[in-house]
Design a protein around this ligand. Structure first.
Ligand code: ADP
Ligand code: MG
Length: 321
């Protein structure tokens, strides 16, 4: 199978590659063409996943595709953007029809779940790696950035933390769990659900936001730096799933919630006046701390005492974990 046949069979023919809102021209030309409504801005994000670094060398292509696209779509959620389209640059060691079929199927499941259309890409030979670029639209000036947090705001997250890190111990065969626990955690790892609707609901309300990919404390550090404020995290308020607690126990679960990556849950700062309305409307908003004047990220216990933090999160090109 040649490059063009491969693109045609597995990608151009996929349901998620067919025309849709905002896509004036999809796969097959030198560029895709996207149409934005008047007054909208285009939100763009790129992520690369490399075999052996971001996912195990041997893994299920159906799940891998879903995870890769979910991770990218999560960046749109974090900006409060409405998904429009994505491109896929795929580097493959060889052409394996079964693998491609399963991969394209997984891509399609997540793309349709997120409302994203595949509009182009590139296909090359080499060690397996995926680069996905997502495009979303957001009313001009309303994107949720990392820079607007103000002293007095609440620090919130959109769901349980630490499941990604807990699941990774299963993915890497470092731990074993009961079937139901393993199933729930592995689903959170392989098919994270980007909080797209929550992100859009936070437009005009949250003062800063991001999605937690490197661990809560590390990612809060990004908001603190960009907004020139101090974030205070109250350890006892962190939402955690029963599955995570069962797998790791309280202490290790808290560590996973604080420093583990791969959760793809939104973290955001919120002027307190917006809290009741969002919660009453059913949005998953968990208050885990507050914004103060100052800098950096502090972790406190139930008595307000500072807890020293050793490992803050995962960074490539750094030896600490
Ligand atoms: P060019 O050489 O002009 O960049 P390509 O031969 O790389 O074109 O790709 C032909 C068309 O197929 C383009 O529209 C491109 O966006 C699309 N395409 C290539 N690879 C993929 C892929 N993996 N997924 C989706 N579309 C792809
Ligand atoms: Mg090309």
């Amino acid at each position: 199978m040649g490059e063009f046949e491969l693109i045609r069979n597995y990608f151009a023919a996929a349901p998620c590659a067919q025309a849709g809102e905002g896509v004036a021209l999809g796969i097959g030309d030198d560029c895709a063409l996207l149409t934005l409504p008047p007054g909208a801005q285009l939100a763009i994000s790129t992520d690369t996943l490399v075999t052996g670094v971001h996912f195990p060398d041997v893994c299920d292509p159906f799940l891998l595709a879903q995870r890769a696209l979910a991770v990218s779509a999560s960046d749109l959620a974090a900006m409060g953007a409405t998904p429009v389209a994505f491109t896929l640059a795929l580097t493959l060691p060889d052409v394996d029809a079964d693998w491609l079929h399963a991969f394209a199927r997984g891509l399609n499941v997540m793309a349709q779940g997120c409302g994203l259309r595949l509009v182009g890409g590139d296909t090359t030979r080499g060690p397996l790696s995926l680069t996905l670029t997502v495009f979303g639209r957001v009313p001009a000036g309303q994107a949720l950035t990392r820079r607007g947090a103000q002293p007095g705001d609440l620090l919130c997250v959109g769901g349980p933390l630490g499941d990604g890190a807990g699941a990774l111990t299963l993915v890497l065969n470092e731990r074993e769990a009961q079937a139901s626990t393993a199933q729930a955690l592995l689903a959170r790892y392989w098919t994270p659900q980007p909080q797209l609707a929550l992100g859009q609901a936070l437009r005009g309300k949250a003062s800063a936001a991001l999605d937690i990919s490197d661990g809560l404390l590390a990612d809060c550090g990004h908001i603190a730096l960009a907004s020139k404020v101090r974030l205070v995290v109250e350890r006892e308020t962190l939402p955690m799933s029963g599955h995570l607690l069962e797998l790791l126990g309280l202490q290790a679960a808290q560590q996973a919630a604080l420093s583990g990556g791969d959760d793809y849950v939104l973290a955001f700062t919120l002027p307190p006046g917006h809290l009741a309305g969002l919660q009453a409307a059913g949005w998953p908003v968990h208050v885990i701390g507050r914004v103060e004047a100052g800098e950096g990220v502090a972790l406190i216990d139930a008595n307000g005492q500072d807890i020293p933090v050793l490992t803050r999160g995962y960074q490539h090109f750094r030896e600490t974990r």
